[in-house]
Design a binder for this molecule. Structure first.
Ligand code: NAD
Ligand code: UD1
Length: 338
């Protein structure tokens, strides 16, 4: 196994995974329509790795465009990151999300079938668990209902991949359910670049730190948690990227589909993350407690034992590393990647 097609490879998690694939001796080929990332990411990947990664600018929902890649390249496995991911936008534009996310996955599977590419890793999310009755979240928990169209696309694609691999002998899908990725590559050359005002906690904190936003709004302090604020499982994006590299070895086993949680197994509250950021970077983060955000759950964290046992993977970075690296990226790129 050598040539890995990475859809969404110029995006946040994709770009970090491309770097780790190269470090591990693989040959990644990127496909991205640049709807939520920049072409300059390719230069940054080259600066980090010394490798000019092959790149196709195309939309994965367009069968004919996408087929050119399968005609031109010998592909051993696909990592499918391409997708839209803004929860709020998915509520406003559900058809766009179903069309782009579910549509691209179906096109991809049709092409994999036609060109006999048998292995796929899919970017799923902890959001597929909805609001379970207990924590931590295990892979065997029910996956029936998400709280928004974005989450529903993840559930649907998981099902489509399961149904497809069950009846197409030799085809294998690994469904990776990410918890909350934060952090950035040590170099500060690649990282998360939200469009507009960030929805997610860490990019919001780094924009307060750099002075673009005045203060953090903490969404509720009356949850049944350690300090009343929401608890999440924050995972360093490089650890997450390494989880994909570790998953590739699994394809030598016999299975149709399998799901893994990629998380640290530890919960951190909003205020704990704010404190960690302040300590790691010696910067004060002003905040105000405001109303709960509709749709939020109180606590989410992974049981990550299955990935450890099966893939030999576990996280290496702690919350302080995450805070330092997120800040380093923001600080080095105050106006984004140029
Ligand atoms: P991202 O937006 O940075 O990267 C996604 C990339 O896909 C972008 O570069 C975008 O331009 C590209 N893309 C979107 N639609 C496309 C299409 N039709 N054709 C070609 N390219 C397309 O997001 P990310 O944070 O790197 O997330 C990667 C994947 O992981 C997504 O599927 C996302 O839903 C999933 N995920 C992300 C998180 C998170 O918190 N970041 C959590 C769980 C799951
Ligand atoms: C959100 C999405 C989820 C998606 C994930 C990764 C919602 C409801 N959920 O998850 O589907 O998979 O992002 O993209 O949008 N918080 C604040 N102030 C802020 C921002 C966040 O207090 O300005 C709190 C939240 O209430 C939560 C925690 O910080 O307790 C983490 O929030 P966030 O980073 O948005 O991630 P999730 O809510 O886990």
């Amino acid at each position: 196994m050598k040539n890995i097609l990475v859809t969404g490879g110029t995006g946040y998690i994709g770009s970090h995974t491309v770097v780790e694939l190269i470090n591990a001796g693989y040959n990644p080929i990127i496909v991205d329509n640049l709807s939520n990332s920049k072409i300059q990411v390719l230069d940054r990947i080259k600066t980090i790795t010394g490798v000019d990664v092959k790149f196709y600018k195309l939309d994965c929902t367009k069968y004919d465009e996408f087929e050119e890649v399968f005609k031109n390249e010998k592909i051993d496995a696909v990592i499918h990151f391409a997708g839209l991911k803004a929860v709020g936008e998915s509520c406003q534009k559900p058809l766009l999300y179903y069309e782009n996310n579910v549509g691209s996955a179906i096109v991809l599977l049709n092409l994999m079938k036609k060109y006999d590419v048998k292995n796929v890793i899919f970017s799923s999310s902890a959001t597929v668990y909805g609001e379970p009755k207990s924590v931590p979240f295990y892979e065997y928990f029910e996956v029936n209902h998400a709280t928004n169209p974005y989450g529903e696309t993840k559930i649907m694609i998981e099902r489509i991949m399961q149904d497809f691999t069950k009846v197409n002998k030799g085809f294998k899908a690994i469904l990776l359910r990410y918890f909350n990725p934060i952090g950035a590559h040590k170099s500060g050359l690649i990282g998360e670049e939200p469009v507009g005002i960030p929805n997610n906690l860490m990019p919001y904190i780094t924009q307060v730190a750099i002075g673009k936003l005045e203060y953090l709004r903490v969404f509720g302090n009356d949850y049944d948690t350690v300090d009343g604020t929401g608890v999440r499982d924050y995972i360093h994006v490089v650890d997450l990227a390494l989880g994909h590299v570790a998953s590739l070895a699994k394809f030598s086993n016999d299975f149709s589909w399998i799901a893994y949680n990629l998380g640290t197994g530890k919960g951190t509250s909003v205020l704990e993350l704010v404190n960690a950021f302040e300590k790691a970077n010696n910067i004060k983060i002003p905040y105000k407690i405001v109303e709960r955000r509709p749709g939020d759950i109180a606590i989410s964290y992974a049981n990550a034992d299955k990935a450890k046992k099966d893939l030999g993977w576990s996280t290496k970075y702690n919350i302080i590393d995450c805070c330092k690296d997120s800040w380093n990226f923001q600080n080095k790129n105050p106006d984004g990647i140029k």
